[in-house]
Ligand binder design. Structure first.
Ligand SMILES: [Zn+2]
Length: 120
Protein backbone atom coordinates (compact mmCIF):
# COMPACT_ATOMS: atom_id res chain seq x y z
CA UNK A 1 0.00 0.00 0.00
CA UNK A 2 1.18 3.56 -0.62
CA UNK A 3 2.10 5.21 2.66
CA UNK A 4 -0.63 7.87 2.53
CA UNK A 5 -3.27 5.14 2.30
CA UNK A 6 -1.71 3.33 5.25
CA UNK A 7 -1.75 6.59 7.21
CA UNK A 8 -5.37 7.18 6.25
CA UNK A 9 -6.32 3.65 7.32
CA UNK A 10 -4.75 4.30 10.73
CA UNK A 11 -6.67 7.60 11.02
CA UNK A 12 -9.86 5.77 10.15
CA UNK A 13 -9.18 3.12 12.77
CA UNK A 14 -8.44 5.80 15.41
CA UNK A 15 -11.68 7.62 14.55
CA UNK A 16 -13.65 4.39 14.75
CA UNK A 17 -12.16 3.47 18.13
CA UNK A 18 -12.90 7.01 19.39
CA UNK A 19 -16.56 6.47 18.44
CA UNK A 20 -16.71 2.85 19.64
CA UNK A 21 -19.80 3.48 21.77
CA UNK A 22 -21.91 4.53 18.77
CA UNK A 23 -20.23 2.99 15.77
CA UNK A 24 -18.93 -0.44 14.68
CA UNK A 25 -17.61 0.45 11.25
CA UNK A 26 -16.46 3.33 9.06
CA UNK A 27 -15.62 4.03 5.45
CA UNK A 28 -12.81 6.45 4.54
CA UNK A 29 -15.20 8.81 2.78
CA UNK A 30 -16.88 9.40 6.16
CA UNK A 31 -13.72 11.26 7.21
CA UNK A 32 -13.68 13.12 3.91
CA UNK A 33 -11.41 10.88 1.85
CA UNK A 34 -12.74 9.39 -1.39
CA UNK A 35 -10.69 6.20 -1.22
CA UNK A 36 -11.93 2.66 -0.80
CA UNK A 37 -10.81 1.81 2.70
CA UNK A 38 -13.03 0.48 5.48
CA UNK A 39 -12.47 -0.28 9.16
CA UNK A 40 -14.81 -2.33 11.34
CA UNK A 41 -15.07 -4.32 14.53
CA UNK A 42 -15.33 -8.05 13.83
CA UNK A 43 -18.19 -9.12 16.13
CA UNK A 44 -16.93 -12.71 16.40
CA UNK A 45 -13.30 -12.02 17.28
CA UNK A 46 -13.89 -8.57 18.91
CA UNK A 47 -10.92 -7.29 16.88
CA UNK A 48 -10.71 -4.33 14.52
CA UNK A 49 -10.01 -5.08 10.87
CA UNK A 50 -9.04 -2.82 7.98
CA UNK A 51 -9.63 -3.54 4.29
CA UNK A 52 -8.30 -1.74 1.25
CA UNK A 53 -10.40 -1.87 -1.94
CA UNK A 54 -12.93 -4.35 -0.52
CA UNK A 55 -15.29 -6.05 -2.93
CA UNK A 56 -18.01 -8.59 -2.22
CA UNK A 57 -17.43 -11.55 -4.53
CA UNK A 58 -20.10 -13.89 -3.18
CA UNK A 59 -23.29 -13.32 -1.19
CA UNK A 60 -25.91 -15.68 0.21
CA UNK A 61 -29.22 -15.58 2.09
CA UNK A 62 -30.75 -12.22 1.28
CA UNK A 63 -32.84 -10.46 3.96
CA UNK A 64 -34.42 -7.10 4.66
CA UNK A 65 -33.40 -5.07 7.69
CA UNK A 66 -33.11 -1.54 9.10
CA UNK A 67 -29.86 0.25 9.78
CA UNK A 68 -28.67 3.36 11.51
CA UNK A 69 -25.63 5.33 10.46
CA UNK A 70 -23.38 8.04 11.89
CA UNK A 71 -23.92 9.99 8.69
CA UNK A 72 -27.72 9.90 8.95
CA UNK A 73 -30.45 10.54 11.49
CA UNK A 74 -32.72 7.62 12.33
CA UNK A 75 -32.94 4.23 10.65
CA UNK A 76 -33.38 3.28 7.01
CA UNK A 77 -34.42 0.02 5.35
CA UNK A 78 -31.62 -1.99 3.72
CA UNK A 79 -31.28 -5.25 1.79
CA UNK A 80 -28.40 -7.38 3.10
CA UNK A 81 -26.96 -10.88 2.82
CA UNK A 82 -26.37 -13.13 5.81
CA UNK A 83 -23.14 -14.59 4.45
CA UNK A 84 -20.58 -12.81 2.26
CA UNK A 85 -17.15 -13.50 0.81
CA UNK A 86 -14.96 -10.41 0.52
CA UNK A 87 -11.90 -9.82 -1.64
CA UNK A 88 -9.62 -7.09 -0.27
CA UNK A 89 -6.04 -5.92 0.15
CA UNK A 90 -4.32 -5.90 3.52
CA UNK A 91 -1.84 -3.29 4.84
CA UNK A 92 0.90 -4.83 2.69
CA UNK A 93 -1.22 -4.68 -0.45
CA UNK A 94 -1.68 -8.45 -0.58
CA UNK A 95 -5.06 -9.60 -1.95
CA UNK A 96 -7.03 -11.80 0.41
CA UNK A 97 -10.38 -13.52 0.59
CA UNK A 98 -12.40 -13.88 3.78
CA UNK A 99 -15.91 -15.06 4.59
CA UNK A 100 -18.10 -13.27 7.14
CA UNK A 101 -21.58 -13.80 8.43
CA UNK A 102 -24.39 -12.27 10.48
CA UNK A 103 -23.81 -8.82 12.02
CA UNK A 104 -20.15 -8.56 10.95
CA UNK A 105 -21.22 -9.26 7.35
CA UNK A 106 -23.90 -6.58 7.67
CA UNK A 107 -21.38 -3.97 8.91
CA UNK A 108 -19.03 -4.73 6.01
CA UNK A 109 -21.85 -4.43 3.46
CA UNK A 110 -22.86 -1.09 4.97
CA UNK A 111 -19.28 0.27 4.89
CA UNK A 112 -18.60 -0.96 1.36
CA UNK A 113 -21.76 0.92 0.33
CA UNK A 114 -20.20 4.05 1.85
CA UNK A 115 -17.03 3.64 -0.22
CA UNK A 116 -19.25 3.33 -3.29
CA UNK A 117 -20.97 6.58 -2.35
CA UNK A 118 -24.20 4.97 -1.12
CA UNK A 119 -25.73 6.04 2.18
CA UNK A 120 -27.59 2.85 3.17
ZN1 LIG B 1 -22.99 4.40 7.71
Amino acid sequence: MVSEDTELANDLLDTLIAHADECVGMGANMIGKPVRIIAFLNQETDKYEVMFNPEIVKQEQKYETEEGCLSLVGKRPATRYKKIKVKYQDFKGVWKFKTYQDFTAQIIQHEIDHTNGILI
